[in-house]
Design a protein around this ligand. Structure first.
Ligand code: ARG
Length: 399
């Protein structure tokens, strides 16, 4: 059935601007645009006029920063979710939230379809569509960029011109960049060659090491139940805390990642990420947690972290597994309260101290000094029994 009313995830860029007109032509439908403020640091107000001038009947602009932090970023931080050892998942985490809002607006507007601007090669189409179809199986999902006639940006520009669509494209803009509070993803252009170093103009918010201060800087982060609540003894709203850490870390060259990753659809792609705040907070969280969790809980949590990162990356946010993992993770986080001091210098983050009222660290057990309270003689029996299985009937086996 041809949709009559479509809600489009709209950024104001070339693709989604052209898409408004294209969808109208294709389906003779009413188009409602939706733009989200996820802390990308852009004023979205101009989009109001632009979307209407482009042919939308209405636009929703929503500030989702707080919800993004509380409901998406913090669960991932508490879980220590990192994809393929390096990617802190900024783009991936934003997708289920956008999917949820698209569904909400579609319901509010009694729309029969939603649309997005993703191509057929990326992860984001998977994340949007799995999220949308889980939350609203009856809603039609349109992905024009997977099948429309335009073969290049030039062809889209031509179409825009023909239809008087206002577009502001920086000529020769080389990279495809996705930006939010938790980090920046840079793809395309020369970066597509994994054999070469990312050029200087690929740097967005992180300073090149050559330009970072020659003096290290300390920062103290206070956590409560696994999430940051204060920076340098000043309590602040988490959105503000993340923004401040992005500036601070960026200045010291912290949080840049260059990797080749495995996409959901099977392609390997070369990505450059910048996520100073995310990097600092992950390091701090890990250091604090190490003081508090018992060994078995901690080791099992590493397995969960790996699977949690996969489910974020794979677009499986609204799933029973995610809820079950959250139950486990939240149980482990109730005592992850305390302060971590970090030293930022020339791209590195080093832990300079950690303290917690719930620390399980026992100095009198750990020390090699005179205060040592550990019963060394008890170790003999322990070791004997620990190794017992391997002393039985080794017969023909050779070691
Ligand atoms: N590869 C990353 C991911 O799948 C980043 C995608 C970023 N998208 C972009 N248009 N630059 O999460």
């Amino acid at each position: 059935m041809k949709p009559k009313k479509i809600v489009l995830a709209y950024s104001g860029g070339l693709d989604t601007s052209v898409m408004i007109q294209w969808l109208k032509e294709q389906y003779n439908a009413e188009i409602i645009a939706f733009a989200a403020d996820l802390g990308q640091g852009e004023d979205l107000e101009p989009l109001r006029q632009k979307a209407i001038a482009t042919g939308a009947s209405k636009i929703y602009i929503e500030d989702l920063k707080e919800e993004f932090v509380q409901e998406y970023i913090f669960p991932a931080l508490k879980a220590d979710a990192v994809y393929e050892k390096k990617y802190l998942l900024a783009t991936a985490l934003s997708r289920p939230l956008i999917a949820k809002k698209l569904v909400e607006i579609a319901n509010l507007e009694s729309a029969d379809a939603v649309a997005h601007g993703c191509t057929g090669k990326g992860n984001d189409q998977v994340r949007f569509e799995v999220g949308i179809s889980t939350l609203a199986p009856e809603l039609q999902i349109l992905a024009p960029a997977r099948g429309w006639e335009f073969k290049s940006r030039e062809e889209e520009m031509e179409y825009a011109q023909k239809h008087n669509i206002p577009v502001s494209v920086k000529k020769g803009s080389l990279y495809s960049i996705d930006k939010n509070l938790w980090g920046i993803s840079v793809e395309c252009g020369v970066i597509e060659n994994p054999a070469i170093e990312p050029p200087d103009d690929s740097y967005q918010i992180v300073s090149h090491i050559n330009n970072t201060p020659d003096i290290p800087e300390y920062v103290e982060i206070e956590f409560e139940a696994g999430v940051p609540v204060a920076m340098n003894s000043e309590r602040m709203n988490p959105v503000e805390l993340i923004m401040k850490l992005n500036t601070l870390g960026g200045r010291h060259g912290v949080g840049r990642v260059d990797m080749v990753e495995n996409r959901v659809i099977g392609i390997k792609s070369r990505e450059v990420y910048e996520a100073p705040a995310a990097h600092i907070l992950h390091e701090a969280h890990w250091a604090l947690q190490a003081l508090i969790l018992d060994r078995e809980c901690s080791h099992f949590k590493e397995t969960v972290a790996l699977k949690y990162a996969e489910l974020i990356y794979y677009g499986l946010w609204f799933t029973p597994l995610k809820n079950a993992f959250d139950a486990f993770v939240n149980t482990t986080q109730s005592f992850v309260t305390g302060t971590v001091k970090l030293k930022l210098y020339k791209g590195s983050v080093n832990i300079a101290g950690r303290m917690s009222p719930f620390s399980m660290y026992s100095h009198k057990l750990a020390t090699y000094d005179a205060e040592d309270a550990f019963d060394h003689t008890a170790a003999e029996g322990f070791v004997k029994i620990w190794g017992l299985p391997y002393r039985q009937g080794n017969g023909g086996r050779v070691f």
